[in-house]
Write a protein of this length. Structure first.
Length: 94
């Protein structure tokens, strides 16, 4: 089964623009876009101290084998988190 979970890729703000809400605005826009595309959720490897502020939940049990489990997170947009490990598209090389 292929679950409609998407990975938005790296999200960051230039250092001069950090701590001004730019990163949060990018994440919010990505969430809206993903929802509009019919995605059921979003996965990412990110800062465990930052991503949860934007609705991501730590999910080390779902981390792809090549990813650091302590940094792997999920965000549900619809439904529940499917069981098992996630895989990134081969284009990501993970």
């Amino acid at each position: 089964m292929i679950a409609k979970r998407k990975g938005p890729g790296p999200i960051s703000a230039e250092p001069a623009l950090q701590r001004q809400g730019v990163g949060g605005a990018l994440i919010a826009e990505a969430r809206c876009w993903l929802s509009d595309q019919g995605a059921r959720g979003c996965i990412r490897t990110g800062d465990p101290g930052y991503s949860p502020r934007h609705g991501f939940l730590p999910a080390p049990q779902h981390a792809p084998e090549a990813e650091p489990a302590e940094s792997f997170m999920v965000l549900c947009l619809a439904g529940e988190i499917p069981p098992g490990r996630f895989r990134f598209h081969p284009a990501f090389g993970a």
